[in-house]
Design a binder for this molecule. Structure first.
Ligand code: ZN
Length: 271
């Protein structure tokens, strides 16, 4: 999500892998969110990537990429599948989909929500046994949510499993002012990564520059009833993110600061 300068070095340093299936989501065309993209694509080509790469972003992103690639004589070893972003579903893939909503920034900007597909309900072996379904292939099919045929009778998965379990949802605001629309968009998500450029006392700067304060980020998280909030995009004027987390915690307790290489476990929502 977004490509700041030197992003390829972070990808290498954190062993993310240059040849994997990958979707790059760009929120808006500001340098600190885009300029790393060309370096990332070049590094992937040096590693002889062949798989197509999905790229989602504002329509002008493709033009920028085409012009800079041409001027700098960049040839890629793999195709790019570009999707111009607009509000709604922007990408569907096995196991997840990605939705976008308008953000509120100084240029056209979007927020993203990654939604994992739901999982079948918990399998109850005792119910399967009671129905005379032999263990093995048929159990496995029912566990995967498929209807099976036993002694000429159809058995639906719902007869032997609990209710379907929801998948996980991860939201990313990009640069934005807080807004009721974004609070609705991120409603109930399991992890929200939100613009927290300024401290509460610098709120006037957040308004002028179309960013959010740590407190505003926490208020969106509270309104949206998310499960965990990660603050990011801190202004260079602060030497530590700790005071921003402290301020946000008064509004929304489950909050932490993003840092390079941070790994966050995202638990499944309670079903
Ligand atoms: Zn920006």
């Amino acid at each position: 999500m977004d490509c700041g300068e030197g992003v390829q070095r972070q990808v290498l340093a954190h062993s993310i892998g240059l040849g994997k299936d990958m979707v790059v989501l760009v929120t808006h065309l500001h340098g600190d969110h885009v300029t790393g993209l060309l370096g990332l694509l070049q590094t992937m080509s040096l590693a002889q990537r062949r798989k197509p790469l999905d790229l989602v972003g504002p329509p002008q992103l493709l033009r920028w990429l085409q012009v800079t690639s041409k001027l700098l004589h960049v040839g890629l070893t793999f195709p790019i599948r570009f999707t111009p972003v607009k509000p709604g579903v922007v990408l569907r893939a096995p196991g997840f989909r990605i939705r976008a909503a308008r953000a509120v920034h100084s240029v056209e900007a979007y927020s993203y929500l990654i939604e994992e597909s739901g999982r079948p309900g918990v399998f109850h072996p005792e119910k399967a046994k009671a129905l005379g379904i032999p263990e093995g292939r048929l159990w496995s099919a029912l566990q995967k949510g498929r209807t099976v045929s036993v002694h000429g009778k159809k058995v639906r998965p719902s007869a032997v499993t609990g209710p379907p379990r929801p998948g996980r949802r991860i939201g990313y605001s990009g640069d934005t002012r807080p807004s009721p629309r974004l609070a609705r968009f991120f409603s109930g998500c399991d992890l929200l990564i939100f613009d927290s450029t300024f401290r509460g006392s610098d709120g006037d700067k957040a308004v002028v520059r179309k960013h959010s304060t740590c407190i505003e980020a926490a208020e969106v998280a509270r309104k949206a009833k998310v499960r965990k909030l990660v603050l990011t995009h801190f202004s260079a004027r602060y030497t530590s993110a700790a005071p921003l987390v402290k301020e946000a915690r008064k509004v929304f307790p489950a909050v932490m600061a993003a840092s390079d290489g941070l790994t966050v476990e995202v638990d499944y929502p309670p079903s």
